[in-house]
Design a protein around this ligand. Sequence first.
Ligand code: ZN
Length: 202
Amino acid sequence: MSPITHFLASWVAARQVADNPRDRLLITAAGVVPDLDGLGLVLDLANRALGRPETFYYPEYHHFLLHGAPGCLAAAALAALLARRKLRVALAVVAVFHLHLLCDLAGSRGPSPSDLWPIYYLAPLTRNPMWVWDGQWPLDAWPNKLISIGLLFASFAMAVRQGNSFVGLFSRRADAVFVGVLRKWSGRVDLKGRLVGKMGGE
Ligand SMILES: [Zn+2]
């Protein structure tokens, strides 16, 4: 699935599991980090645009370098090192990392029915075992769009209820404005800006 869908899924998970901004950032990042192995696309396109010898880093390394257990263990170890609640964050990182793999196995096919993306679970150490699902749907198929929209609305609902959103991963000040707008839209503040009903927040 797309990095945006992975981001939203891991944010929703992080918001449930972590009770502080740093741990939420680490868990959310872990849900997106496998796709860093797709950055070879930038080099491939740059080499082509500059007329240099053609390279194939994207097809060679995407879904190979960081889409397996070794990448997961490295991410969990690094997150545990940086986290406030180390064991909880390490376990959450393992969970969102595997959720990413599962989502890719389900919905990351290319345009043609034969363009299936497998998961090499022990890559980059070895190509065995290789998992592939022949029911895999294309990256731009409606289930991926539906899942992304569902996650987005779940994030908004959580922001209204709990007082912070994924915008806070980048800027707390912008998040305060964003959550304020969401709460106004959802009718949970009255005309003088007072909260209506009971609500959490930090
Ligand atoms: Zn991926």
